[in-house]
Write a protein that binds this ligand. Structure first.
Ligand SMILES: Cc1ncc(COP(=O)(O)O)c(C=O)c1O
Length: 314
């Protein structure tokens, strides 16, 4: 249905249109996990991050990075937004770019799934394929080189170093969690990719409540199936990562995440992605160690973009 604001949208400037789009980003539900553990004194909640424009947790940083650059005049219809992403950030840039008429170019490892390539194509993204073995570290290198060769052609968003990444979570995810738990959150736990979610949300929560516990999660092995996560010992550390924030860093296996995808579907009624299930694995382990508490995590996306895992598990 066309709303009044949509109709008025036609007459807005790019800055105004980008601000208007902000009302469809964030404000995701805090979902209670109720059937996968038994303690009555410990609660686990997860933010359902696919329930926003842009389809995942990465809509928050993508939007913040783009909105700031639009305001400053460095991003507009005549330049291409350029970044490296194998997944959700790229898809979020693509949705927002299409809605605002801004072209998007992404450096994408060649072995990204066909589904992702199709989604990006549907949203009119220019894709530069990078070496399949190099992952996002190589894709990042290629994006930087492209920018350096033609700086007038691109706005280089650089999600791994752009402070807008963690600031998006500091300004939205963190305050939403405080509001939705009435300030009662005692533990925040989530996986580390670009580390924006953990750094921004954790920093805000720690400032509000210094005794809150922040637990970061990483894959147990360098080769893993937790899309979006980085193995800290072997991957390039993002410059936005603040190692002093975490009270603890724990590891989760891909097998445990897959097991929890099935259990969460059958017992909670939600179909979650591997990294969402890995966050839940961390939260459940923690719940087993506590007498009482309110544990909050995020579910970055659902299973809809992971057809091969859906086929493998069900
Ligand atoms: C599915 C998924 N899970 C987890 C993450 C990690 O979030 P962050 O980059 O904020 O550390 C990402 C990041 O792209 C992701 O796409």
């Amino acid at each position: 249905m066309e709303t009044l604001s949509n109709i008025e949208n036609q007459k807005l400037t790019l800055t105004q249109k980008s601000e208007e789009l902000g009302s469809y980003i964030g404000q995701t539900p805090l979902f209670p996990i109720q059937h996968l553990y038994t303690s009555r004194q410990v609660k686990i909640f997860a933010k359902l991050e696919w329930q926003q424009f842009g389809d995942s947790v990465k809509a928050r940083p993508a939007y913040r990075i783009m909105r700031k650059a639009i305001k400053q005049g460095t991003l507009h219809e005549e330049v291409q937004l350029l970044d490296a992403s194998s997944g959700n950030t790229g898809i979020a840039y693509a949705h927002i770019g299409a809605a605002l008429g801004i072209p998007v170019t992404l450096c994408l490892p060649e072995n990204a799934s066909d589904e992702r390539k199709r989604i990006l194509k549907a949203l009119n993204v220019n894709i530069e394929f990078t070496d399949r073995g190099g992952g996002t570290d190589v894709a990042q290198h290629v994006a930087r080189e492209m920018y350096e060769r033609a700086p007038d052609r691109y706005y280089y968003a650089d999600q791994y170093s752009n402070p807008g990444n963690w600031q998006a979570h500091y300004n939205t995810t963190g305050p939403e969690i405080l509001k939705q738990t009435n300030g009662k959150v005692t533990h925040f736990i989530c996986g580390l990719g670009t580390t924006g979610t953990f750094t921004g949300t954790g920093r805000l929560l720690k400032e509000y409540k210094s005794d809150i516990r922040l637990i970061g999660l990483q894959p147990d092995l360098a080769m893993h199936g937790l899309e979006g996560w980085k193995h800290l010992e072997t991957a390039h550390s993002p410059s936005i990562y603040d190692a002093s924030l975490a009270d603890d860093i724990r590891a989760v296996s891909t097998e445990r995440a897959h097991q929890l995808i099935t259990l969460t579907a059958r017992k909670e009624g939600v179909l979650i992605s591997p990294s969402s299930a890995a966050n839940l694995a961390g939260a459940l382990e923690l719940a087993g160690e506590l007498e009482e508490g309110v544990i909050v995590t995020v579910f970055p996306d659902d299973l809809s973009k992971y057809g091969e895992i859906l086929t493998q598990l069900f």
